[in-house]
Structure formats: C-alpha cells, structure tokens
Design a protein around this ligand. Structure first.
Ligand SMILES: Nc1ncnc2c1ncn2[C@@H]1O[C@H](COP(=O)(O)OP(=O)(O)OP(=O)(O)O)[C@@H](O)[C@H]1O
Ligand SMILES: [Mg+2]
Length: 454
C-alpha cells in the first residue's frame, strides 16, 4: 500500500487531511514538525509528502531542500494568498502546491498525479540499472585501475543527460568513450553525430553546426540542415573543442544554454534535445588563462570530466589490447590468430607508446601483415628508432630496478652497435674491445636485435 507523510502543525488541519487520505485507502502517517519528519524519512519509505510551509521548527522550504534528493514528490500546503514560498519551492522541484482551505477532491487528484510520477521514476531507476550493467557492450578493453575508474564513471554518467568532457592524449580512446556514452544511454537508438573542430575549415564550421536557409548567402543554393539539428534526440560529439574558433565558442555556448538552434539566414528557433559530449587533448584551462578559450564555455562543458590515462601509465593493458587487436585484425585481414612470442611481448611492454592505443593498434596491424604463419616475433614489431637521450621521453615507469635495467639495456645496445660499426662487424675484435667473451657478444647481438644495417 502507498504510504503518505503529512507534516502539519495545526492539529485540526492535520486530522482532517489524515481522514480524507486514509478514507481513500492510502496509509497515512503524520507529524507536527520537520525534525520528526526527517527521522521518519530515515526509517521508512513514503510515496508522497504533504507539508505545510510554516512549521514550528523550520520553514517548509528549508525542509524540502533537505529531503529533495530522496526524489519523493513533495506537495506544499499554503495559506490563502501567500503563494510566493510555494512558487519558490516549485522552482526547486517541489511537485505541486495546494492552497488552504483544502478542497478534498483536489487534494486527492494531486496525490494521484504524484503517485503516478513516483511509479514512472521507479521504473526509470530499474531501467537505468539494467543499462548500467552492460558496460561490456562498449568495446572498452582494459584492466588497469586508472582506466577502470574512468569506465565506472562513464557508466554512471552515460544514463544521464549531463555533458561530458573527455580529456586525454591523442589515441587514448576519447572517441571510443564518446560512442560508449551514447550506446549506454537511452538515446542509443537516436543519432550519434561527431564534429571535429580541428579538421573543418573555420569558414565552413558554422554551416556544419547550424546549416542554412536557401539564399542566406551567395553560395547557398539549397537549404541545408545543420549537424546539431540532425542530432535531434541523440548525442552530439564535439571533438577537439579546444580548437573551436573564438567566435563559434559563443554561438555553441548559447546552444548549450538555451537548447535552441536556428539555421543561418533564418530567425526561426528550433527546440533542440541533444546530449553533448566534448573532447580535447589540449590543456583547456591554459587556453582559458591565455584568453583563447571562453571561460563561460569552459564552465559549461567541464561539468563531468573523464581523464583517459596514457597507455604508458597502464602497462597491464598493453598485452591485453595487443591480443584484442590481433583477434580483431585477423578477422579483417582474414588471417589466422597468431600468438605473440615472448620477446615480442617484452618489446611491446618496454615501449612507451606516445601515440597510445592507436599506435599500438597500427603496430599490431603491421606486424600481422609481415609475420609468417606461426607467431608474431619481436622483429615483426616495428617501432620508431629513437636516439637515446635521458629526457622526459625515457620511460621512467616501474620501480628503480626496472628503470635501471631498462637504461642499461639501451646503453649496452648503443655501445655494442657503435663498436661493431667501428670494426665493420668483426665480432672477435668487438668482443676484445668490449672486454666480454665472444659467446656473450653473440647473445647480446641476438637479444638486442643488432644487425649490420642498424
Ligand atoms: N581501451 C580501449 N579498448 C579498445 N580499443 C581502444 C581503447 N582505447 C582506444 N582504442 C582504439 O584505439 C583507437 C584510437 O582511439 P580513439 O580514436 O578513441 O582515440 P582519441 O583519444 O579520440 O584520439 P585523438 O585525440 O587522436 O582523436 C581507436 O581505434 C579505438 O577504438
Ligand atoms: Mg579522437
């Protein structure tokens, strides 16, 4: 049975309300002040709350703000002629108000309406819980805590309409996350439309967003619908927002705030129902401080940031992703799924992946093409040769022993290559100069993959 809570200090009023409501078949509980009501709300579940605006210990508005997060429909009783407080509470999300003297019929009608909205809300919560359990549908691969943390946040925000700002280096999966947000939301059967501010010339960008009416400028021969309008009901992904030209920043801000668009050359405004997702690999706060990015727009888009960690900071994901791409690419290339040799695995793990997941994916694709039919060996993994400098580029990840051994390997390899080149690859001579045995030199040449050309 639905239970209704009444908070009213006037005793005769309270008793009258209780009798009207219980006669209709609802369970009723009543208190005369807000403090007792708050205690009751902690222990029991109510479907509707009806409260006076003037309570002995707290005004009804403050009481409402305290319990608002419970999402229980809140109906206000106001004395005749003093509805300002009620209006204020309605603005904050109260369900409705009833002026005294109370008309029983009207009271019951409002209660019915409130109960209906509670039922819809409950169904929504169940629906949302169902959706939030299907992150596996999102194709996001990874087990590192830093990625999982962001994926968890993604799951929570996807079901809402909150704008999301995706931050992270190039190739860390911002677009993948944007699509996952869409696919896990209730908008998933509506359009997902992406615009990359950096890849469209500035003079065409506004037209991309808003479209135009026929004849609105010299080249506008036909009407064109903008991408925002095309997204209606769906998710609009504004990629590289850090590169959005300054004059368009203001226009986009207005769309986000007013939820309205109009085509260029038209003064008709259309209501726009889209969810925004933004991405950038720029330090947007710095762009704000140098005046290149509007502060007000920054506050609008930075409501729920997700920070995608670079691949070098999640070593446990490298092989997981590599094997995932092998499987995926084998289907595309119609090749057998090949295992990675031990050394190939080590090579992948030792590299610091400045191009992140995208670079790993490309490296695996290249390796799959050149590998013979048994396995992928370290030689198939082609990485850009880098001259060794002890700068930020050196992979400092891991504990001291791991970092030192990585440095030693790099230096040993360089030294051996240098000497071998000096003596025209005469290994006996090189071993003498290096003061190591011939056998050790051969092992190291093999380990470090040194050959005469390098
Ligand atoms: N965690 C992941 N699991 C599976 N695939 C991934 C993951 N992260 C990235 N990828 C893949 O790597 C490629 C690059 O990712 P994406 O395009 O989303 O990066 P981005 O952050 O948008 O990069 P950019 O800033 O350069 O646009 C895509 O093919 C994407 O599917
Ligand atoms: Mg991208």
């Amino acid at each position: 049975m639905e239970k209704i809570l009444i908070v009213e200090d006037n005793r005769s009023m309270r008793e009258m309300l209780c009798s009207i409501i219980s006669e209709k078949g609802y369970a009723v509980q009543s208190t005369e002040d807000a403090k007792t009501a708050l205690l009751l709300l902690q222990k029991e579940y109510f479907s509707v709350i009806i409260s006076d605006l003037q309570l002995p210990d707290m005004d009804g508005f403050t009481f409402f703000k305290k319990i608002k997060s419970n999402n229980i429909p809140f109906i206000i009783l106001t004395a005749f002629g003093s509805i300002e407080g009620a209006v204020e509470a309605m603005k904050e999300g109260a369900f409705d108000f009833i002026a005294k003297p109370v008309d029983p019929e009207y009271l019951l009608l409002i209660i019915e309406k409130a109960l209906k909205s509670t039922r819809i809300l409950r169904e929504n919560i169940i629906f949302k819980q169902f959706y939030s359990s299907t992150i596996s549908e999102s194709n996001i691969i990874g087990k590192s805590p830093s990625l999982l943390r962001e994926a968890e946040k993604l799951k929570q925000v996807a079901i809402t309409d909150t704008p999301v700002l995706l931050l992270g280096e190039s190739g860390t999966g911002k677009e993948l996350f944007a699509r996952a947000i869409h696919n896990l939301s209730e908008r998933k059967n509506k359009p997902f439309i992406a615009i990359n501010s950096a890849s469209i010339p500035e003079n065409l960008l506004e037209n991309e967003f808003f479209g135009h009416e026929k004849g609105s400028y010299t080249d506008a021969y036909v009407r064109q619908i903008g991408k925002l309008e095309l997204t209606q009901g769906g998710t609009f992904f504004l990629d590289e927002i850090g590169d959005l030209p300054f004059n368009l920043q203001g226009k986009i801000l207005r769309v986000i705030e007013d939820k309205k668009v109009s085509r260029i050359g038209s003064n008709q405004e259309l209501d726009l129902d889209v969810r925004f997702v933004f991405a950038t690999n720029k330090n947007i706060q710095q762009e704000v401080s140098t005046g290149r990015f509007r502060k007000d727009l920054y506050y609008r888009i930075n409501v729920f940031p997700l920070d995608l960690p670079p691949l070098r900071e999640r070593e446990e994901d490298i092989l997981l992703l590599a094997n995932y791409f092998i499987k995926k690419i084998s289907i595309e290339l119609k090749k057998k799924v090949l295992p990675l040799s031990k050394k190939a695995e080590e090579k992948l793990q030792a590299y610091d992946w400045p191009g992140n997941v995208r670079e790993l994916q490309n490296t695996i694709e290249r390796a799959m093409i050149i590998a013979d039919c048994k396995e992928i060996i370290d030689r198939d993994i082609i990485l850009p040769e880098k001259s060794f400098q002890l700068t930020e580029e050196f992979n400092f990840h891991g504990d001291l022993k791991q970092v030192t051994s990585r440095a030693i390997h790099i230096i040993e390899k360089m030294k051996i290559e240098r000497i071998l080149n000096q003596v025209d690859f005469n290994k006996t001579r090189a071993a003498e100069i290096l003061k190591i045995s011939y056998k050790t030199l051969l092992d190291k040449i093999k380990d470090y993959d040194i050959n005469p050309q390098s």
